[in-house]
Design a protein around this ligand. Structure first.
Ligand SMILES: Cc1cc2nc3c(=O)[nH]c(=O)nc-3n(C[C@H](O)[C@H](O)[C@H](O)COP(=O)(O)OP(=O)(O)OC[C@H]3O[C@@H](n4cnc5c(N)ncnc54)[C@H](O)[C@@H]3O)c2cc1C
Length: 407
């Protein structure tokens, strides 16, 4: 069996890895180079309990208010096309308490074995760069800290014990001295993980090459068609190649290749920004400042800081003012970082599906599969999704209907 994977982000590469592990011959097509999309400058946090849909009553209210505010972390698209209108219709429909909880639980069930999957990749020679570390959210109100843990407990249905500690201001600063005085409460989740995203991708790429997987860069796929029992990948340069099956794992570009295969769920870009900076001392783990919507992760001996959600098409021009704004917000939250050392400004498009859940499985066209729409949590969910899809393609296991790309 020979399978083509389109897209060399973390999701495409992990899918390729699990397919290869199951004895499948694999070729990867990438329009630019690996990690050309969201898989490069993201925060690298592996947090299954947070890997839930964005559509939720509180987020809906917050997003609607933000759209009318200058300088808010979430910005509305400049223009609305049919895909975006469909996205917002799905988002609103899925933002009820009941639907959110159901979807959040489905996603938690998907993601909860991700630490095992990362460990599995590591024990099979992939250096995932993973560090086991706590994830600490810093709050100025005790109520917010308590409502976050209550939400985690609802999502997990207490089926998995969540290892957490509530910290007061003194304990919070003892654990994470970078956190400023006005944060009086902390919620620390223990035994979470983070990775170095660019190194994860290049290590996956190296492992695949060792396993004999061909990665074709600068190979933009224009179309995928089914002909005479085979699936044909047609490139923009006019060349084509035939496979037994094809996986479309093109992140926020997904809808460009899936319309002919019955996929109606919109996937739009949620553009986020990041940068790195020197800090006087490394943080013990990942930090999250919910009020400022800011996440930080150790990145080598620097700190990577990320935020923002600019909705739109994946190709919309990036807003240079966002870089200054990111730095201003981060400077207020973490004044003790060395702000003369800022570098690696980056932006990338999170693949946001209308209902917030990944699209994982077959399409209306035999031999054409999809693995995308992981939104804010594609690094966390990549190994579990890649494994499930490889199992489906090799006939070992079905995928829960909740993630059906034809839903
Ligand atoms: C600021 C920010 C912070 C984030 N933090 C986290 C985090 O802490 N934890 C977490 O789990 N997730 C995080 N995410 C989300 C995560 O980065 C994404 O969900 C994930 O990278 C998506 O991976 P992907 O492989 O699906 O898509 P991408 O990484 O976007 O890869 C898609 C690839 O497909 C290629 N491609 C597209 N079209 C074609 C075509 N026609 N032919 C050939 N190739 C094509 C692209 O060039 C690209 O390389 C964050 C995202 C952002 C923006």
């Amino acid at each position: 069996m020979h399978v083509a994977v389109i897209g060399a982000g973390t999701v495409g590469l992990t899918t390729a890895w699990y397919l290869r592990e199951r004895g499948v011959e694999v070729s990867v097509f990438e329009m630019e180079k690996p990690a050309n999309g969201a898989s490069w400058g993201n925060a690298g946090q592996i947090l299954p309990i947070k890997s839930v849909p964005l559509s939720e009553p509180g987020n809906l209210k917050y997003a609607l208010k933000s759209f009318f505010k200058k300088n808010s972390p979430i910005t509305a698209p400049n223009t609305l096309d049919a895909n975006l209108i469909s996205f917002f219709a799905h988002f609103i429909r899925n933002s009820t308490k009941k639907r959110h909880l159901l979807s959040a639980n489905e996603m938690f069930q998907l993601g909860k074995s991700t630490f095992n999957e990362f460990a599995y990749l590591e024990s099979h020679g992939v250096d995932t760069t993973r560090t086991i570390a706590p994830f600490t959210s810093a709050f100025s109100s005790r109520v917010s800290a308590h409502s976050m843990i209550a939400e985690f407990q609802r999502i997990s249905k207490k089926s998995t014990e969540i290892d957490f500690e509530m910290l007061d201001g003194v304990e919070l600063r003892k654990q994470e001295p970078l956190v400023e005085e006005h944060y009086d409460f902390g919620l620390q989740l223990n035994n979470q993980s983070y990775v170095n995203p660019p190194r994860l991708v290049s290590n996956l790429e190296a492992s695949l090459q060792l396993l004999g997987v061909e990665i074709k860069i600068k190979s933009k796929v224009k179309n995928v068609v089914r002909l005479s029992g085979k699936t044909k990948v047609i490139l923009e340069n006019g060349k084509s190649q035939t496979f037994d099956a094809v996986v479309i794992a093109t992140g926020a570009w997904l809808n460009r290749l899936t319309a002919d295969h019955g996929v109606r769920m919109p996937v739009v870009a949620g553009i986020g920004y990041s940068m790195t900076v020197d800090v006087p001392h490394q943080t013990q783990g990942m930090l999250y400042f919910p009020e400022a919507h800011l996440a930080t992760t150790n990145y080598g001996n620097r700190l990577r800081i990320s935020t923002f959600m600019q909705m739109g098409d994946v190709e919309i021009p990036r807003d240079p003012k966002r870089q200054n704004r990111l730095q201003q917000i981060a400077q207020n939250v973490i004044p003790r970082a060395d702000w003369s050392s800022v570098s690696e400004f980056w932006s990338g498009a999170r693949p946001l599906s209308g209902d917030g859940k990944p699209l994982l499985g077959g399409t209306r066209t035999e031999g054409v599969y999809v693995n995308s729409g992981h939104g804010m949590w594609g690094i966390t969910l990549a190994p579990v999704s890649g494994k499930l899809l490889a199992d489906l393609i090799t006939g070992q296991r079905e995928i829960p209907n909740a993630f059906n790309p034809l839903r």
